[in-house]
Ligand binder design. Sequence first.
Ligand SMILES: [Zn+2]
Length: 394
Amino acid sequence: MLVSGRLMLRSLSPSTPPTLASNHSAGVAKVVLKKGKTQLFKDGSPMVYSGAVDRVIGRPPPITGDIVLVADGSEKPIGWGFYNSTSMFRVRLMQLQDEDPSCALNAEKLLETRIVAAVKLRHNLGLPSAHTNAYRLVNSEGDRLSGLIVDIFGDLAVIASSAAWVQTYQHQIMDCLSRLNNIKRISWRPTVEILKEEGLDLSDLKKPDLIIPQTMVKDQNTSKKIYWKLVWRTRQPLRVTCFIWTALKEACLTQDNLRRRGVIVVNMCAMCKQANESVNHLFLHCPAAARLWYFFYSMLGLQWAMPFNIKDAYASWILWRVDKSIKRIWRMIPAVIFWNLWKERNSRCFEGISTPICSLKSRCLATLYSWHFFAPVNSVGNFLDFVSSLSLVR
Ligand SMILES: [Zn+2]
């Protein structure tokens, strides 16, 4: 969706939006303002400072990064925002009561909407232009994303984070930006000193400026060679390899493929029950899949902007330069995630048995171990040694 070199955002699949007034807001904590302190925020100030807060209603109490309702003295909601239990800015108010209901209490949707609006605004200002491809795409409060700054330098997006909620929604922000055409690389730069005041100590961050290229392989021949290497030259069992090959061709029997073949099924992802089931959703963008990917990212000390489709994800993964000592294991990780997700999806669809995500994570590690050593886990000590060896940052 690239138009004359300008940025356009590929949209997410639609989902049912919650609303502030409805019972979807049940369970969301409420930050009640002191009497006479409401108008300032209704007039547009996004920073609800601690002195303006009378009380917080909700059990368990909200923690930093949580979505909360902001209410006037009579406990009537005036909007919602992100809570911070430490900062002098107790809530960063993101949206008022009478604004777009499709974004109400929905951080992902709000992020996408605000980033699209920022892209449109720069587009109307003629950015990028023939004279420059360096400009500020998101300017914190100016774009109603308090604490988030995004600068564009050609195909590189540099994200400066100075609010706890931005850190909480790091993946969603990177995902949103990675769906902008022209953006191939993303650099995440937390402003460590300011984040300290937000209650986050990132001073021991090993690589605060790790740039992750979102390598989109355009050339078909190169892609084929990469898939060949990644899929067939790995240690995973042959039946897994065959399955992965089918998945990469987007031909495995997900519900959208079944419908295309005339099978009448209700197309709903068995993992999240929130979206249609497609190969790209099930293996990359489903919240369940995302949690498995994040699990490996955090273990490996990696930040990654998830590509849009499974082929790009696979190709990006193999092109990532890693130490020889971990290379074989590295190449099996996507297969481990896809295989375990597929087995879990089938178990939920056909046997009605669900495994919690935390157990799926350990199952993925055990699978990786068994494929690497050609043997199941036989000793806790060996297994823990294996797990602790999984890091790119040494
Ligand atoms: Zn899903």
